[in-house]
Design a protein around this ligand. Structure first.
Ligand SMILES: Nc1ncnc2c1ncn2[C@@H]1O[C@H](COP(=O)(O)OP(=O)(O)OP(=O)(O)O)[C@@H](O)[C@H]1O
Ligand SMILES: [Mg+2]
Length: 242
């Protein structure tokens, strides 16, 4: 059963690998929750230590993207650069990875700032208000945005325009599936409890895998998948109790 996990997970992850190998530095990953979009954005094509993460909400401010003044003693303030500028710089000015999660939620000032931070390398520049230094993105700077939208039109056109490659991630990443117990891999790839239900997140499978060791599969299914009768889930998975 799913001997070759790569084969079983469909083309989306291969698309991402190809795009990254080709050096494309702006990618949007979108689709159902809990498939590994953020994990991939933080880890693939970059050293994890060089990835900066930004989670968009309606309340996200421009200061949380580029930086803010911070008090550092009596009457003394220092500018602390935010994740986007840190990612522009990366290690030694080479540029790192900026991960922008839930990007469809950015609005107002934050959206304008994101537009500036993801602009083409030739146009992008930002001035540090403390030192007046002009900063530009390093040559290896890359941005991966993630979102749960199903329709790309839900991303503001100006932002989308900066991201020539959009990949709909509809299957969990093979490495994530491989870290589940063998009997859960096929259900995790198929991801549905019934034909009508929406995709079940990897997070639920991880929780179920862990919980069933403690309280048995039926109760774990009841607790994790929120069904009255845990047996119905086990039947759907055709995995049986441990
Ligand atoms: N390649 C992988 N190897 C190991 N674990 C992974 C991998 N990809 C994802 N995971 C794990 O799966 C879970 C879900 O992954 P992640 O948060 O990246 O999903 P997501 O698609 O960003 O979800 P959402 O759309 O809800 O933000 C996390 O616990 C993560 O650590
Ligand atoms: Mg995510």
């Amino acid at each position: 059963m799913y001997e070759d996990l790569d084969e079983a997970v469909g083309p989306c992850w291969r698309d991402l690998a190809d795009v990254m190998a080709a050096g494309i530095s702006r990618v949007l990953l979108y689709g159902p929750s809990g498939t590994g979009k953020t994990f991939a954005a933080l880890h693939y094509g970059v050293m994890a230590s060089q990835a900066e993460r930004l989670v968009c909400t309606e309340d996200l401010t421009s200061g949380e993207i580029t930086g803010t003044w911070m008090p550092v003693g009596e009457n003394r303030w220092e500018w602390r650069e935010g994740p986007a500028i840190r990612a522009w710089r990366g290690t030694g000015g080479l540029g790192g990875r900026l991960v922008v999660d839930e990007v469809d939620r950015a609005s107002g000032d934050a959206l304008s700032t994101l537009l500036a931070m993801t602009d083409s390398p030739e146009s992008a520049r930002w001035r540090n208000p403390e030192t007046s230094e002009w900063v530009r993105p390093g040559p290896q700077f890359s941005v991966v945005m993630t979102s749960n939208i199903e329709d790309l039109d839900d991303i503001p056109a100006s932002l989308r325009d900066r991201f020539p490659v959009s990949i709909r991630v509809d299957r969990p990443h093979p490495a994530a599936v491989a870290s589940l117990s063998v009997d859960l891999r096929a259900p995790a790839i198929s991801g549905s409890l019934s034909p009508a239900s929406r995709r079940v997140s990897l997070r639920s499978f991880y929780a179920f895998d862990e919980l069933r060791r403690h309280c048995g599969a039926v109760r774990a299914a009841h607790l994790v998948f929120g069904v009255e009768d845990g047996n119905s889930v086990l039947d759907a998975f055709a995995i049986g109790a441990l």
